[in-house]
Design a protein around this ligand. Structure first.
Ligand code: NAG
Ligand code: NAG
Length: 474
């Protein structure tokens, strides 16, 4: 050992003490830091609902998570929320997609007529624009906030959503960005994932609040947006729309029209606090009312793997009844896909595409106040005029065939683009917003959700979005 230089005193005893003290301090500091980080991470809100209460306006049982320990949870959150997007493979913002001038059979495709509803939905802000104050006020009604800034997606989570709605809805935004890279404008959106519209037009007359959700009514300002089930509903085994529609259509062709049952069919859950569904039980008599009403037992079905409830096996009737539940029902698109005459019981709620329904053209209105006789009337009409009934059913099916996923993304694209034009501020990330990417959503998904999410992944479009008619053009 080299002797210490003379001019440096060698305080032997303190040096011996010094090392353990420093070590101890560093260790303690590390532990405190670790504890703090762990605490911070374990408090992080996630797309699957960690550290989030259910929405107060629509209660549901709190979520439980299957990580066994506090540490397992912290580790998962650290990995999925903090590391995954940062260290994913393609972190560069995709360049704006350019479409070759001559390519694209889609080049001049006009959007379906009902896309015009976008202007009607955004009309409350057409003159006044959307201010930051309005947006922040809408936060009181939102489960989460979605921002696109520089082509990346960020979320700020306020409440948990039932089942995997938040996960699949956030996934839908990510797929839109993937389909139209660099084309989705910077935007700041408040979103509620629960069923009932909340921004009453009368009450919010003086200050309309912009809030996205899955449905609206004529009495509400809520802005309808495609619901999660277009990307799949893993809990009840409903696959993504681009898989489900062709299956249902094929199922609808197993019987020719003249061999389909000549009465109206409904199968669902009557116990959702919907007076219409309760009333519908009274019409369960094929001879008297031309209707068969069956109870869907989801609990029982989930045990048998939903074999009985396969949607493609439910197209064997000439008439299918659509009855709203607690609010709108995702079942509408599957009912229409059957090509049966869709008997719509006085709908109050509208989702984004139901504005394409035209009574006596592609659907049939049934009067809720005269329910059983009204169903019977429709069935009698169609049984007397089978060709007309079949054609009407086909037009309903055609509406849904035209609404393929390309058009669903186009609707999202145009709605978001038109909404963004109305913002009178530049979207800036709030400090609590976190980036989300496909990998981070998949990181939280269980095996089943992973399969559903992957099946519904989009790829970059080969052609531009359909053309949205100008609001003033007829
Ligand atoms: C909207 O609010 C008004 C006034 O409070 C109320 O009378 C009306 O029933 C509400 N509408 C809906 C659809 O809740
Ligand atoms: C409707 O009637 C059928 C046949 O009578 C019966 O099997 C079915 O359980 C009834 N539906 C309900 C919801 O009670």
């Amino acid at each position: 050992m080299r002797p210490l230089p003379h001019n440096r005193p060698s305080p032997r005893a303190p040096a011996i003490l010094f090392t353990p003290i420093v070590t101890f301090s560093i260790l303690s500091l590390a532990l405190v830091l670790l504890y703090k980080v762990d605490n911070f991470v374990s408090q992080t809100k996630t797309v699957v609902g960690h550290n989030l209460e259910p929405t107060p306006w629509h209660q549901f049982p709190p979520k439980s998570f299957d990580e066994e320990t506090h540490h397992a949870r912290s580790y998962k959150i650290l990995q999925c929320s903090y590391l995954t997007c940062r260290y994913r493979k393609e972190d560069t913002v995709a360049e704006r997609r350019r479409f070759p001038a001559t390519s694209g059979s889609n080049q001049n495709i006009m959007c379906p007529e009902f896309f015009r509803s976008i202007y009607r939905d955004l009309q409350p802000w057409a003159a006044s624009k959307i201010s930051k104050v309005q947006l922040l006020e809408a936060q009181n009604y939102a489960a989460f906030r979605v921002l696109v800034v520089g082509g990346k997606l960020y979320v700020d989570l306020y409440y948990a959503c039932v089942q995997s709605r938040a996960m699949f809805t956030i996934w839908s935004f990510l797929q839109l960005l993937r389909r139209y890279p660099g084309m989705v404008p910077d935007v700041d959106i408040m979103f509620d994932c629960m069923d009932k519209p909340t921004i009453n037009r009368t009450e919010h007359h003086s200050m309309p609040l912009p809030l996205f959700r899955y449905c609206t009514t004529n009495e509400h300002f809520d802005i309808p947006f495609p619901d999660w089930s277009f990307w799949g509903w893993s809990e009840i085994n409903i696959r993504a729309w681009h898989k489900e529609f062709p299956n249902i259509k094929r199922g609808s062709q197993t019987l020719p029209w003249n061999r389909k049952e000549p009465f109206a069919y409904w199968k669902g859950n009557p116990d959702v606090g919907s007076p219409i569904r309760t009333a519908l039980l009274e019409c369960n008599d094929t001879a008297m009312w031309g209707a068969q009403i069956l109870r869907q037992d989801w609990g029982e079905q989930s045990k048998t793997g939903f074999k009985e409830s396969k949607l493609s096996n439910q197209c064997n009737h000439k008439y299918k009844i659509y009855a709203e539940g607690y609010a709108w029902s995702v079942s509408l698109k599957y009912i229409l896909a059957c090509g049966s005459v869709a008997l719509m019981i006085s709908p109050q709620y509208q989702d984004f595409f139901s504005r394409g329904l035209i009574p006596h053209k592609n659907s049939w209105l049934v009067d809720a106040h005269d329910l059983c006789p009204s169903i019977k009337g429709a069935v009698d009409w169609g049984n007397k005029k089978p060709a007309e009934a079949e054609a009407l059913g086909k037009r309903g099916q055609q509406l849904m065939e035209n609404l393929n996923m390309d058009r669903v993304y186009d609707y999202m694209f145009h709605l978001i683009s038109e909404y963004a034009k109305l913002q009178d501020f530049t979207p800036k990330l709030p400090s609590s917003a976190m980036e989300v990417c496909q990998e981070s959503v998949l990181c939280y998904a269980d095996d089943k959700q992973t399969a559903f999410l992957k099946e519904s992944a989009a790829s970059p479009s080969q052609s531009p979005p359909c053309t949205l008619a100008h609001p003033s053009k007829p």
